[in-house]
Design a protein around this ligand. Structure first.
Ligand SMILES: [Fe+2]
Length: 287
């Protein structure tokens, strides 16, 4: 019942400051402000790729103020779109779940998802033109020790087809887990992984915050330009480029560190690269 990963929500102490990296590194564009009264927050929307970043800054007591006080700026909710929003609402009601519905979106807290560390914002599906240096968002990642259990719960909550499920293992980056594609042969998914090696950034994050949202991933046709900008601006980033590939050619993946983007790590992969770990390595275009 979900179409796309269409956005993420990040809680921040200062939206103007948080938006800066997105604008300077990725040519994101400001897209207006409003409020989500039920979360006690002012929202600044930012257009990037075909999706959105929603920065939430507390303007009253509430869950956003609490989340910010507890952890500082961080990834607050994963966002997906659905062309069956009403049906999804009925599915929630059948399960006795009555999430906040405000501004045309369902805002599910952890009690409502039934999954510790997972908040979701679900919006009506909408076609948007690409903005900036990102093509599209396709993944939000949850860290968990129980990847199978969380995946099962998520699929049941959201009506996802468990047969679109892929096992993911990375010995290089030290994690394993599962992802369920929202639709067969489309990349969009919620990923549930567990770090398998001591001392990685992911493992440290998991030790500190426990089961929680960790990062988002997007595809970009401009990975070389983004790398160049991050280098020249001194913005924290990590590059994955095979040792035998010239630096003039695109990297396979790039991570912009949370400090570069107002509190959330963003992974970027060159076009088609994500199929390496999404069930169709034969679809990856060689460089
Ligand atoms: Fe991932």
């Amino acid at each position: 019942m979900l179409d796309k990963i269409d956005r993420v929500q990040i809680v921040v102490p200062d939206v103007a400051e948080a938006a800066r990296g997105w604008i300077e590194l990725l040519d994101a564009e400001l897209d207006g402000q409003d409020q989500i009264v039920g979360l006690g927050a002012m929202r600044q929307r930012l257009r990037i790729g075909t999706g959105l970043i929603e920065f939430l800054e507390p303007n009253a007591e509430g869950v956003v103020a609490e989340a910010l006080a507890k952890r500082g700026a961080h990834l607050f909710a994963a966002g997906a779109s659905s062309s069956q929003l009403e049906k999804l609402g009925a599915r929630f009601a059948d399960k006795g779940i009555n999430p906040l519905f405000e501004g045309g979106q369902f805002h599910l807290n952890e009690r409502e998802t039934g999954i510790e560390g997972l908040r979701l914002v679900i919006s009506e599906a909408q076609e948007r033109l690409r903005v900036g240096l990102v093509d599209f968002l396709y993944e939000a990642t949850i860290l968990s020790a129980d990847t199978e259990g969380v995946t099962r719960q998520m699929n049941e909550l959201l009506g996802l087809d468990g047969s679109n499920y892929t096992e993911i293992t990375s010995d290089v980056f030290g994690y394993r887990g599962t992802l369920t594609l929202f639709e067969k042969d489309c990349l969009d998914r919620l990923e549930v992984i567990t770090p398998t090696r001591e001392g990685t950034t992911m493992e440290r994050y998991f030790s500190k915050f426990g089961q929680s949202l960790y990062m988002a991933f997007a595809e970009t046709s401009d990975i070389r330009l983004i790398e160049h900008r991050a280098q020249s601006m001194g913005a924290g980033h990590t590059v994955d480029r095979p040792a035998d590939r010239s630096e003039d050619l695109p990297a396979d993946q790039l991570w912009l560190h949370p400090r570069s983007l107002g509190g959330m790590m963003l992974g970027l992969s060159r076009p088609s690269m994500a199929w390496t770990w999404s069930g169709h390595p034969e679809w990856v275009k060689p460089i």
